[in-house]
Design a protein around this ligand. Structure first.
Ligand code: A3P
Length: 318
């Protein structure tokens, strides 16, 4: 199956030497540096590590898949580039999916064999990634570039991922049952999994280097969006001025990036990403606690046990 992909021979040999599992979210998942990646992304993972040169002014949004990346991409873009787009009727988010404005290193920027030239992009450059901390390009760790990390309660993350997986699966493969997907997720065999190791890697870093890594949860953003947007603006060195506070700029950003607004735009209802996913697949419900409609008591108990075991002593809770 590796022949289907345009990999260099070196990468092909390397990928075939990695532990591989039949995937549920992708046809195959490969374990690299302790984490699972889809075949299609491996080229980009390796190329990002090799070629990406972070600048001190860069901002990197890191997230676990299905934690609200699309939302935070929109918020980050609207926040950081606000001086460039003062006219709300002409805002790029009205005609571009957030994934186009803030591309993934491993899924967009470095997905092709050709290495792109990123030096002409205006600072601050905004990128995103699902890479775990251990796999971040060295230049990200060693420069002053800022890392914004987003995760979400694993129960909702899983339910969102399961829906996403079924939307993306080829019709010929049929749907994947909730039970089978759940078992794999719990065992860590999931995009960017094990989920808990991903989260803990960044949690620890955010405690050790708070000026470098800011840690966010989807649930916190939902509950107190204005507070967290202000926190984000300060962390990124672009706090709201007193005039902006009076004008209600923070609320304007949140309104522009709200689930209702973004999901109803033409571009997000009928557009497609260059990677083939329909933009609409990134907008489902956008709520906290939808897991209650899907998970059985046994599943909840199993996830609670894993949370307890993996997170104990870390100070992190879901
Ligand atoms: P649900 O499947 O629970 O609805 P990601 O962007 O990391 O792929 O995550 C997708 C999840 O974020 C989906 O969750 C999606 O509905 C939700 N989402 C997308 N845009 C959002 C927004 N503007 N506000 C809140 N949630 C949003």
């Amino acid at each position: 199956y590796l022949q289907e992909y345009e990999f260099s021979q070196e990468n092909r040999d390397f990928i075939s030497s990695l532990p591989t599992e039949k995937g549920w979210i992708a046809n195959h998942l490969h374990q690299y540096q302790g984490f699972w990646h889809a075949t299609r992304h491996m080229q980009g993972v390796l190329a990002s590590q090799k070629h990406f040169q972070a600048l001190d002014t860069d901002i990197l949004l890191v997230s676990t898949p299905k934690s609200g990346t699309t939302w935070l991409k929109a918020v980050l873009f609207a926040l950081v580039k606000r001086v460039h787009y003062p006219d709300p009727q002409q805002h790029p988010l009205l005609t571009n999916n957030p994934h186009v404005l803030v591309p993934f290193l491993e899924l967009d920027v470095y997905i092709e064999k050709q290495v792109p030239d990123l030096t002409c992009l205006a600072p601050p450059r905004l990128f995103s990634t699902h890479l775990p901390y251990v796999s971040l390009p060295d230049s990200v760790k060693n420069s002053a570039c800022k890392v914004v990390y987003l995760c979400r309660d694993p129960k909702d993350t899983f339910v969102s991922l399961w829906h996403f997986a079924n939307k993306l699966r080829a019709k010929s493969r049929g749907t994947i049952s909730l039970e089978e997907a759940f078992d794999k997720f719990c065992k860590g065999v999931s995009l960017g999994g094990p989920f808990w190791d991903h989260v803990l890697g960044y949690w620890k870093e955010s405690l050790e280097r708070p000026e470098k890594v800011m840690f966010f949860k989807f649930e916190e953003m939902k509950e107190e969006p204005t507070l967290h947007l202000r926190r984000l603006a300060e962390f990124l060195g672009c706090p709201f001025s007193p005039e902006e506070e009076t004008q209600g700029v923070a609320d304007d950003i949140l309104r522009l990036c709200s689930f209702d607004n973004l999901s109803n735009l033409d571009v997000n209802q009928s557009g497609k990403l260059s990677s083939g996913e329909e933009n609409s697949t990134f907008f489902r419900k956008g709520e906290v606690g939808d897991w209650m409609n899907y998970l059985t008591d046994e599943m909840v108990e199993r996830l609670d046990c894993i949370n307890e075991e993996k997170l104990q002593g870390s100070g992190l809770k879901f």
